[in-house]
Design a protein around this ligand. Structure first.
Ligand code: NAD
Ligand code: 9W1
Length: 382
């Protein structure tokens, strides 16, 4: 029956170290631990076989053991920086095995692929878009990057941030987090934007907003967060100050034109892993982090456990919803109900010592919402 290895890992002797680290991660993942406490006895996932495909990190380990504690039988496959998970999820979904009750998808790209499949009538099962839960996206984009941007820059360069001019391209959730972290360290921050609403938000926070063609001459540290291509290109590098540090925390490797540097620089010196110093023909230097890929993954450790706890508690609730309510959700892609998004947030409050105010019956009827939510309408923007 078992014709494959129960596991395939690089070095099983690391298990003891891993176990100690998982224990610390557990204490930083209160949402998942709350799920174990609430559902550990009733085991709502009993009988469910869950195939996960996500980075095999300490945080994923806590997720796996939570799903197991809730009764599920879990199989996991890792995925690398090139993100193979989307093909895998798609392949499993497309195979249309009768056995599959549903899918919960973590990533933007994965949700995009599921939508394409659904359009082509290839999706056979109900699916949950976990990516667009508020408690997933705010943590992944805003709070996660706010923690790990500076970590990546500092591990790579040890540069002093106070007093420097930092240029952040894009003022969406990732951009807002990066800008806030850089300012907190004492940098003077300049923002670039294409969207008038985001540009106005940056201006209202007191940031100079201008174009990259202008800002490239001013900056000491450049960070792209746009999800867009060709944000910093050759003509910008040529105008930069000596030893400008340039990195990307937005989309994969398309935001910086590192190819231009490789083709046009007079010299390229590798300083250490993930840090390259180019000398341009004008004599000035540019320091590129993580080869233009995501600096918080290449030069730091990705998101902290607490961030992943929010994402992964959405995953657990989505799996319970799919498994315990067969037939409730049509084939297609569903958002997690607002109430469950609130439940994820709620599961993280106690650990933070947050005391929540309860509506009185009178207040709730005045507002026209139930005393235990959902409190905000589906389209509410946080
Ligand atoms: P978002 O849409 O909220 O923000 C992107 C902003 O960039 C928008 O305001 C947009 O108007 C602006 N923009 C687009 N093109 C631009 C250009 N050419 N110049 C200047 N501004 C431009 O998206 P987000 O949630 O902030 O995510 C941004 C990117 O970061 C996405 O690609 C996302 O996948 C990625 N991301 C990375 C991590 C990570 O850990 N590194 C985590 C979450 C998201
Ligand atoms: N995900 N546990 C790199 C991570 C690649 C990665 C990627 C994370 C986590 C953004 C998820 C040290 C962990 C994962 C560590 C690492 C992601 C892509 C996590 C941050 C997102 C494309 N996207 N993430 N921890 N690799 O931190 O699962 O480098």
């Amino acid at each position: 029956m078992c014709d494959k290895l129960p596991y395939k890992v690089a070095d099983i002797s690391l298990a003891e170290w891993g176990r100690k680290a998982i224990e610390i991660a557990e204490n930083e993942m209160p949402g998942l631990m709350m799920m174990r406490k609430m559902h550990g006895d009733s085991k709502p996932l009993k009988g469910a076989r869950i195939a996960g495909c996500l980075h095999m990190t300490l945080q994923s380990a806590v997720l796996i053991e939570t799903l197991t504690a809730l009764g599920a039988e879990v199989q996991w496959s890792s995925c690398n920086i090139f993100s193979t998970q989307d093909h895998a999820a798609a392949a499993i979904a497309k195979s249309g095995v009768p056995d599959i009750k549903g899918i919960s998808e973590e990533t933007t790209t994965g949700v995009h692929n599921l939508s394409k499949m659904h359009k082509n009538k290839e999706l056979k099962v109900p699916s949950f878009n976990v990516n667009d839960s508020v408690t997933k996206s705010k943590f992944d984009n805003l709070y996660g990057c706010r923690e790990s941007l500076i970590d990546g820059i500092k591990r790579a360069t040890d540069v002093m941030i106070a007093g420097k001019v930092a240029v952040v391209a894009g003022y969406g959730d990732v951009g807002k987090g990066c800008v806030q972290a850089l300012r907190a360290f004492g940098a003077r921050v300049i923002v670039t934007e294409i969207d008038p609403i985001n540009a106005l938000q940056a201006a209202m926070e007191g940031y100079e907003v201008t174009t990259m063609d202008e800002a490239c001459k001013e900056g000491n540290i450049f960070v792209t967060t746009t999800g867009c291509k060709d944000v910093i290109v050759g003509r910008h590098f040529e105008e930069m100050k000596d030893d400008a540090i340039v990195c990307n925390i937005g989309h994969f490797d398309i935001e910086l034109d590192v190819k231009w540097l490789n083709q046009n620089a007079a010299k390229k010196v590798n300083i250490k892993a993930q840090v390259d110093r180019y000398q341009l023909k004008n004599g000035r230097h540019i320091i590129i982090l993580a080869e233009g890929r995501l600096v918080n993954l290449g030069c730091a450790m990705g998101h902290p456990s607490f961030v992943m706890s929010n994402s992964f508690t959405n995953q657990v609730l989505a799996q319970i919803e799919l498994w315990t309510n067969p037939g409730k959700y049509a084939v297609g892609i569903h958002f997690l109900p607002k109430k469950l998004d609130e439940a994820v947030a709620d599961a993280h409050l106690e650990k933070l010592g947050v005391k929540l105010t309860k509506l009185t019956a009178d207040q709730s009827s005045y507002l026209g919402v139930s005393v235990d939510g959902p409190f905000k309408p589906d389209h509410y923007r946080y």
